[in-house]
Design a protein around this ligand. Structure first.
Ligand SMILES: [Zn+2]
Length: 145
């Protein structure tokens, strides 16, 4: 029994354009590393805030880069940093302010991240490590400024 062969030698290596969805023949994809405030690398913080995009041509690559730049929300990234800190050993009973200190975040970033979360349509009620994100925490932080 013969496997059916396509014209293209390595069909599994094709990418789809991140902008238009078109299949890109192998060897013709254009790639870029773009900012993405929702990306938190749990292994390596130096890889936070970036992701790869693939496009069918330079016009769509430029559009993807523009979209990524427009979508950047600093508070989203700071909240991600708090989420990562919340899961580290010894963080179980920590306050949000303590987690921020452990993540070496300026107090203002912690405050803005918590405030941004509270204004989202579906805010996190607790960090992944179980620490509750309460309005009282936010007021304490505001009071300490
Ligand atoms: Zn495209």
């Amino acid at each position: 029994m013969h496997a059916r062969r396509d014209h293209l030698p390595f069909p599994w290596r094709h990418h789809a354009c991140g902008y238009c969805g078109a299949a890109i023949p192998a060897g013709h994809a254009l790639c870029a590393l773009v900012p993405d405030s929702s990306v938190i690398d749990h292994e390596d913080p130096s890889c936070d805030g970036r992701r790869h995009v693939v496009a069918c041509g330079s016009a769509h690559l430029d559009l993807l880069i523009g979209q990524a730049n427009d979508a950047w929300i600093p508070e989203e990234r700071w909240l991600g940093q708090l989420c990562r800190a919340s899961m580290q050993p010894g963080s179980a009973g920590a306050t949000v302010a303590q987690l921020g200190a452990r993540a070496r975040m300026p107090t203002d970033h912690v405050r803005r991240a918590v405030l941004w979360n509270s204004r989202r349509e579906a805010p996190l009620r607790a960090l992944p490590g179980g620490q509750v994100l309460s309005a009282a925490d936010l007021e304490t932080m505001l009071g300490n400024r």
